[in-house]
Ligand binder design. Structure first.
Ligand code: ADP
Length: 244
């Protein structure tokens, strides 16, 4: 079943005289239970797409269907309800409240949730059963990010979005987060993630969307996208393998 459908979505920023086509007419779909990854160089438009999907930004034109409803036509109030009730969002930085424990940080978010899960149970699910009463400063970066994933999950969302959830973390801690996301994928949580973790992308994603300059250059299964003969795709993957 199709849960997300973008149709000819554009986002154009005007700053004074400067016009930036951050997203220049893109189409893709994500099915329920699917795990989709958006990859591409910096400035390609990935975060803009995720912010539009997350109801934090609005498209300049085009349609953004989520569960059959075109959220691009919604007003602020409707988008507030959507962000609160329908989706979860995990950012690069965890934004935990420093003087609340892990459990309290999750519970705080649940105060605005219609149908929340149990904070402690969700923290246990992300491997933090032994850290429930710790403050953020007593947790590693990976643990703090797991609290923020628990915070999003406990709202019982239909879709989870992640914007570079591991890019502030050491490689060692990155593994912890990828494991949590891999487990969620195995449970068929519908997820869309922007990431630079290419091995992860290859092994776990159902669908990969490669963006360049506001366009989708390639999309498909990991095999299709990583095997693509497209010049931009090959350049992007070549650069990554030179970096590592
Ligand atoms: P990515 O996530 O792939 O790095 P972004 O979606 O952040 O790319 O940005 C795409 C393009 O849109 C970039 O050229 C960026 O500078 C521009 N952009 C993003 N947000 C804004 C904004 N609020 N105002 C003007 N330009 C923006």
């Amino acid at each position: 079943m199709e849960l997300i459908r973008l149709e000819n979505v554009k986002k154009i920023y005007k700053t004074g005289e400067v016009i930036t086509k951050a997203v220049d007419g893109i189409d893709f779909t994500v099915n329920k239970g699917e795990f989709a990854l958006i990859i591409g160089a910096s400035g390609a438009g990935k975060t803009t797409v995720l912010n539009i999907l997350g109801g934090m930004d609005t498209a300049t034109s085009g349609a953004v269907f989520v569960d059959g409803k075109d959220i691009s036509k919604w007003n602020k109030k409707q988008l507030t309800g959507y962000r609160r009730d329908d989706i979860g969002f995990v950012f690069q930085f965890y934004n935990l409240v420093p003087n609340l424990t892990a459990t309290e940080n999750v519970e705080l978010a649940l105060q605005i949730s219609k149908d929340p899960l149990d904070a402690e149970e969700v923290l246990k699910d992300v491997g933090l059963g032994h850290r429930l009463n710790n403050f953020p400063a007593q947790l590693s970066g990976g643990e703090q990010q797991r609290v923020s994933i628990a915070r999003a999950l406990a709202m019982n969302p239909e879709i989870l979005f992640f914007d570079e959830p591991t890019s502030a973390l050491d490689p060692e801690l990155t593994g912890e987060i990828l494991k949590v996301i891999r487990n969620l994928a195995a449970e068929h949580m519908t997820m869309v993630i922007v990431t630079h973790e290419m091995n992860f992308a290859k092994n776990v994603a159902d669908k990969i969307i490669f963006m360049d300059n506001g366009y989708i250059v390639e999309q498909g299964t990991p095999d299709e996208v990583f095997g693509s003969q497209n010049t931009r795709m090959k350049e992007f993957l070549g650069k990554l393998s030179n970096e590592s």
